[in-house]
Ligand binder design. Structure first.
Ligand code: ATP
Ligand code: MG
Ligand code: MG
Ligand code: MG
Length: 439
């Protein structure tokens, strides 16, 4: 991408409305634009990051055996009357009436809708287990939308729903998602700790929140320090093996970790002081097993091997991609801007042509640009006539991991400079060596 033809509305000043660093940098880097309270557009740079986050989420959902579909944002109130949640959900639900005076709503979550799909098609235990997910906008009329897309009213959610014949089956499905979540957050460059959690309006009895430790987090959390260094399940982990899934789950739940609502001070205080971590955290994912809470009232039953009908055991599993983007920034930045983990960086390489009025600089820049594009690398080529200082500031602010600086003095010697955004280390090398290193 040539910056001269891109849309990157950088803000020079710190926006006054932004209270936390991720919100500040997302606005300054031209990633998002607010329209009304808690409602945002994702501008091109933000959209690139969001897409990469979603790709990783999708890959790990698919790896665990979940199947993607897409449900609408608008739902009919009838379904929610069936489950009994229409009244119970309260003011967070945005209720809308269509021209026929039918009550509709903008979905805050999809348990009812997915149960309706399931019951329409699946009649036998032979089609179980089944896990269906989508990545779709949600709306919750939050009392206090704030911190940009960290707590917005319209936000994206990956929500998966599992269906099993028995409780044991459902627990295995739960542990598969638990494992997939550990892998997902790790690939996003985050250390998320699963903590025992309250089930809230979703209902049920087994639940974990995945929490990123951050001072600006809204939750108060308590856990054992060792979780910070626990191993993540490998790519080839066997999701079908009950023993393997139990192994992962038991290990990751073997030490104390609880959110505020589930905290037992007495148990926590028994840990030696040096092993205790009480901190603030950001909820980036939440998984629930809730048995037959929806399948009973909504009549989602399958025939079992015994020939009888059984309500299915269900779980639901959420991740917030539009919250993850600021959460990653909270975890990885410095005074100059964002430091993206490579896996989600909007561009992998920034080419900084320091002097576009110089033919030799242009020739080298174009050659590099071509070579990187041909190698399939996401490269942002700063071919604008801004002064060099401004270009460096932009590259740092938007957090591109590798920066290549092409200046007249170096080019005269056949050399360019490579800068690592994270460490700040600089290296001078030939154009050929740079191409070899970056591709
Ligand atoms: P919170 O406690 O932050 O209000 P929640 O417990 O209400 O979140 P869940 O119903 O568990 O949220 O939804 C699953 C995931 O969706 C959350 O873990 C979070 O990542 C994301 N999410 C929920 N509400 C929002 C929001 N208002 N803005 C952005 N992401 C959200
Ligand atoms: Mg909430
Ligand atoms: Mg919560
Ligand atoms: Mg939650």
């Amino acid at each position: 991408m040539r910056l001269s033809r891109y849309f990157l509305p950088i803000l020079k000043e710190n926006p006054k409305e932004a209270e936390i660093v991720s919100h500040r940098f997302m606005l300054r880097a031209g990633m998002i634009r607010q329209h009304s309270q808690g409602i945002y557009s994702w501008l091109p740079l933000g959209k690139r990051v969001l897409d990469k986050v979603n790709r990783i989420i999708r890959e790990e959902q698919d790896r665990s055996g979940a199947v993607e579909l897409l449900m609408p944002t608008m739902q009919s109130a009838d379904l929610w009357m069936e489950s009994g949640r229409y009244e119970a959900y309260g003011k967070e639900m945005l209720r809308i009436t269509d021209r026929q005076e039918r009550p509709m709503l903008f979905g805050p979550t999809n348990e009812e809708m997915i149960t309706e799909i399931f019951r329409s098609y699946v009649k036998s235990y032979k089609h179980l287990p089944l896990n269906l997910y989508h990545i779709q906008w949600k709306f919750r009329d939050e009392i206090r939308p704030r911190f940009g897309t960290m707590r917005s009213r319209e936000f994206m959610m990956k929500d998966a729903y599992s269906f099993d014949l028995t409780r044991e089956g459902a627990e295995h499905s739960y542990k598969k998602m638990f494992t997939a979540y550990l892998r997902t957050f790790d690939r996003l460059g985050l250390r998320a700790i699963p903590m025992r959690a309250d089930t809230g309006p979703i209902g049920g009895n087994l639940s974990h929140e995945f929490i990123i430790l951050a001072e600006t987090g809204e939750s108060e959390v308590f856990c054992h320090k060792d979780f910070v260094n626990f191993d993540i399940p490998p790519e080839d982990v066997d999701f079908d093996s009950t023993e393997v899934m139990e192994g992962v789950f038991n290990k990751w739940t073997s030490l104390y970790a609880a959110t505020d609502e589930m905290h037992e001070a007495e148990a926590f205080d028994k840990l030696p002081e040096s092993e205790r971590l009480s901190a603030r955290g950001i909820e980036v994912g939440h998984i629930f097993y809730f048995g037959t809470k929806y399948s009973e009232p909504m009549n989602a039953k399958v025939q079992g091997p015994d020939g009888k009908e059984h309500p299915v055991h269900m779980g639901s599993y959420g991740i917030g991609p539009t919250r993850l983007v600021p959460a990653i920034i909270e975890a990885s930045h410095d005074d100059n801007g964002i430091i993206w983990p490579r896996s989600v960086a909007p561009f992998e390489v920034a080419l900084i042509n320091m002097k576009v009025s110089d033919d030799a600089c242009n020739a080298v820049s174009e050659r590099l640009y071509e070579a990187l594009l041909n190698a399939g690398i996401d490269v942002l080529y700063d071919d604008t006539d801004e002064r060099a200082g401004g270009k460096f500031a932009t590259a740092d602010l938007i957090g591109v991991p590798d920066q290549v600086v092409i200046g007249p003095r170096g080019v005269a010697n056949g050399e360019i400079e490579l800068k690592d955004r994270k460490t700040g280390e600089r290296e001078t090398m030939t154009v050929e060596a740079a191409i070899a290193k970056l591709t």
